[in-house]
Design a protein. Structure first.
Length: 417
């Protein structure tokens, strides 16, 4: 396996013991960029000491905590770890995601004594508060999709995790260096808004920013944030922010927009899928309540579709994802949060049935396709009054998003006057 640019830069940097912020476009292999160095020091693959012995097997505490904003991303990371370790070492990693039976998770922690836990902020904080999660000697804390984890919804839980994971018992709480002597913090995101830089400065020690092939001190980075399409921003501020969104876009994508009436959006999606002969499609909507109706209309038109959102139970969500991954479901209709970090390599088309609120959200959605250098297409279906939003996105991201229509079973670009 040939490492991607971000893996080539991040792996040796983490192995040297640095706190890092990994920023790279969606689908560039960021998960392996932190899992490989962690697994070289934690669990059954860890490097042996010069005298041939590993660390004491009596150690029962957790070595690595990986936090993800959604259950899907959490379960995906667990699958990656299991793939690397092989079936006989499955118990080395455990998922602690919301929506699953908590007491079963606590029992498994006690019985399996995993070296790595992967979970959502609420469940990790809950089990930690109950005293069932022993992380004082934890050496790695990973915050995946950190820009999302820093949102208001997760604030309290994340604060608890940051305060407890890797905190040395008996250390003077005022001495931050002694307090976190062993803990390394790894933040991962497609974009680095100011909140991430501020967080890395507060919680890390001399953090380095890894961007594709580059590694640089965090201090040298100009902070950036999401560009809100609906609010004006000052020129220089806007260009810095746009740069962050652009860096998070996979390079091999084609972008289009198609104008239609609201009541014809789902039928336009159907025609789009057929015109591009897309086999694996993710369609985004902004409101959970609309997902079911869109799925119903697609199924009525002969396209196998399913919805994915936070109100579904854990089993329903994992079943839906499994069917989508193995091709039984052709169109997955979802919302922003459920698709964060969703890695379906075969996804060849992303459709915005509702437009995203800003350029960073556009980049996150678009990044579900064109993963690891594959080709992909992004189509935004909008009404006439929304075209100005597409024009703004086009200008801010510096990418062409031409108008198109679907006629005679083909995508035809409409030449602008």
């Amino acid at each position: 396996m040939v490492p991607t640019d971000v893996q080539s830069a991040a792996v040796p940097t983490i192995l040297k013991g640095h706190d890092v912020v990994i920023q790279s476009y969606t689908g560039s292999g960021k998960t392996l960029a932190y899992l490989l160095p962690i697994l070289s020091e934690v669990g059954p693959l860890k490097k042996k000491s010069p005298n041939g012995e590993g660390e004491s097997e009596k150690k029962k505490e957790i070595d690595a905590v990986i936090v993800a904003p959604s259950r899907e991303l959490g379960m995906q990371i667990v699958r990656e770890v299991e793939k690397l370790l092989g079936p006989e070492d499955k118990k080395v990693v455990q998922q602690l995601v919301g929506g699953a039976n908590r007491s079963r998770q606590e029992e498994a922690l006690k019985k399996n004594k995993p070296a790595i836990v992967v979970g959502t902020p609420g469940r990790i904080a809950e089990i930690s508060t109950a005293g069932k999660l022993h992380t004082h000697s934890c050496r790695f804390l990973v915050l995946d999709e950190v820009d999302e984890l820093l949102s208001f919804n997760f604030r309290e839980d994340l604060h608890r995790i940051l305060e407890h994971v890797g905190r040395r018992s008996g250390a003077d709480p005022r001495d931050s260096i002694a307090k976190w002597a062993e803990r390394r913090i790894i933040m991962v995101s497609a974009t680095v808004p100011y909140s991430v830089i501020r967080g890395a400065r507060s919680w890390g020690s001399d953090s380095l920013l890894v961007q594709a092939k580059k590694v640089m001190p965090l201090e040298s980075v100009a902070p950036s944030g999401p560009v809100n399409i609906l609010k004006p921003t000052s020129g220089s501020d806007s260009s810095i922010r746009t740069q962050a969104a652009l860096q998070s876009l996979p390079p091999a994508l084609k972008h289009y927009h198609c104008v239609t009436k609201l009541q014809h959006k789902v039928d336009t999606l159907r025609r789009c899928v057929h015109a591009l002969d897309a086999k694996s499609v993710i369609a985004f909507m902004n409101h959970t309540k609309q997902l079911k109706d869109a799925v119903f209309k697609l199924e009525a038109r002969g396209i196998v579709a399913a919805e994915l959102h936070g109100d579904l139970g854990k089993l329903a969500r994992s079943t839906t994802l499994k069917k989508f991954r193995n091709g039984e479901v052709r169109v997955l209709v979802t919302n922003e949060l459920s698709a964060r970090g969703l890695d379906v390599a075969e996804c060849d088309l992303v459709v915005n049935l509702d437009l995203p609120t800003d350029s960073i959200h556009y980049a996150h959605r678009a990044g579900r396709t064109g993963r690891l250098g594959r080709k992909g297409t992004v189509v935004s279906i909008c009404e006439e009054p929304e075209v100005f939003v597409v024009k703004k996105l086009q200008k801010q991201l510096g990418i062409p998003i031409p108008a198109c229509e679907f006629t005679e079973g083909k995508l035809n670009v409409i030449e602008e006057d």
